[in-house]
Design a protein around this ligand. Structure first.
Ligand code: NAD
Length: 359
């Protein structure tokens, strides 16, 4: 397995492999860039097909975190951890303690958090071994659940997409086709309904659908029909890669704005959306509310300030949309470039983050 020539390797600063025989832990931490500060990113617990798949995931995700923090104007770099789930995918206290020691060994260059497959309880165990954990309950930022903050940021990002597509500042009567009513999608649907939007929703969980129908007046469609709904905005809040050759051709909306990570199956799908006249709110920009909330953690946590910061995603997206229009380029490309420019400007100004510490 190659690292420096792996397809997702893009100038990562550090990639560390770790095994703890006693607990069965096999994990990789990738630190993509610490120019802006310590590398922050969740820990994923997943049953990977092989080591190469785990490496590809951690390299891709850590780079995404760099861009996400940069465009949210945070003093964090980008990192990520993956734990290769042992046979039977069994979690244990010993496994997460071993992971905590691994995180600790990096001396704060990487700060971990919850991600797919890890729970607040797992992170509490990690936190028992290392201080380098974000989003845990004692940080003062609520109960450690990032979803309300993420949903608040997505709500404001969706408003920016509506403003840019329909030249209007309110959501009254705006029709949103919403995929996924989970932690984020549920809060988002509530905000949208409160703002007067009309909702058509799809979810695999019938209880979530019944809730949205009864409480938000939402119309329900089958999961595979959500792409065909004639609406104003498509809001994906479930899985990744939902914007692909097949679905983009079916979409009957003017904008895509939702919380899901890695929405574009491939980068070229950003261009495919633009060619169909569909405005895409880049996923890592619109879903940054959780990490923005983490940046406010601490004993002086002020929820109003944190939520106001999440709402500023609107302004960041305005900038991206305007530049994309001016330069006639897809929004995902413009977002990547803006993130790279912010990091370069910070480095030029002498703020070299943690790079200085490691020489
Ligand atoms: P979740 O697991 O709570 O919710 C996902 C929902 O999608 C569930 O209700 C599930 O039943 C539904 N779903 C799954 N497959 C579906 C399908 N094919 N069609 C329709 N619905 C389907 O997850 P979440 O925390 O709400 O996160 C949603 C997305 O946002 C994920 O992609 C996640 O990575 C991303 N995200 C979440 C946060 C956060 O703060 N939780 C932050 C950034 C990004």
């Amino acid at each position: 397995m190659s690292v420096f020539s792996a397809k997702s390797f893009r100038n990562h600063e550090q990639v560390v492999f770790h095994q703890d025989k006693a607990s069965g832990l096999q994990a990789i931490i990738a630190i993509h860039d610490t120019t802006l500060g310590p590398a922050l990113g969740g820990c994923r617990f997943w049953r990977y097909e092989d080591d190469a798949a785990a490496l590809d995931d951690v390299l891709r995700l850590s780079r995404g975190m760099t861009f996400k923090a940069a465009l949210a104007n945070l003093s964090f770099g980008g990192g990520k951890a993956v734990i290769m789930a042992p046979p039977g995918a069994k979690k244990s206290t010993a496994l997460f303690q071993a992971f905590g020691r691994f995180v600790n060994s990096l001396g704060g260059r990487y700060v971990t958090a919850e991600d797919v497959g890890t729970s607040p309880r797992d992170l509490e165990i990690v936190h028992g071994v290392t201080p380098y954990v974000a989003g845990v309950a004692d940080g003062g930022a609520g109960d450690g659940d990032p979803s309300p903050a993420t949903a608040w940021g997505v709500f404001h990002g969706l408003k920016a997409a509506v403003a840019a597509s329909f030249y209007r500042d309110d959501l009254h009567g705006v029709h949103v086709a919403l995929q996924g009513l989970g932690h984020v999608g549920g809060y988002l649907a509530e905000h949208l309904a409160q703002a007067g939007a009309v909702l058509t929703v799809a979810d695999l969980d019938p209880s979530r659908l019944a809730w949205a129908k009864a409480n938000l007046g939402a119309e329900v469609v089958d999961v595979d029909k959500i792409y065909d709904v004639a609406a104003d905005v498509f809001a994906p809040n479930a899985m990744g890669a939902v914007l692909n050759d097949e679905t983009i051709a079916r979409l009957r909306v003017r904008a895509v704005a939702g919380s899901a990570n890695n929405q574009l199956a491939e980068d070229r799908h950003g261009q495919a959306l633009a060619e169909r006249g569909i405005l895409y709110a880049p996923d890592y920009v619109i879903n940054a509310g959780g990490i923005i909330n983490i940046s406010h953690e601490g004993h002086a946590y002020d929820i109003d300030r944190a939520m106001a910061h999440c709402a500023r995603i609107h302004g960041t997206l305005d900038e991206i949309f305007q530049r994309a229009r001016r330069e006639d380029r897809p929004t995902n490309e413009v977002a990547d470039q803006m993130a790279e420019e912010r990091i370069a400007a910070h480095a030029t100004a002498g703020g070299v983050g943690l790079r200085a510490a490691v020489g």
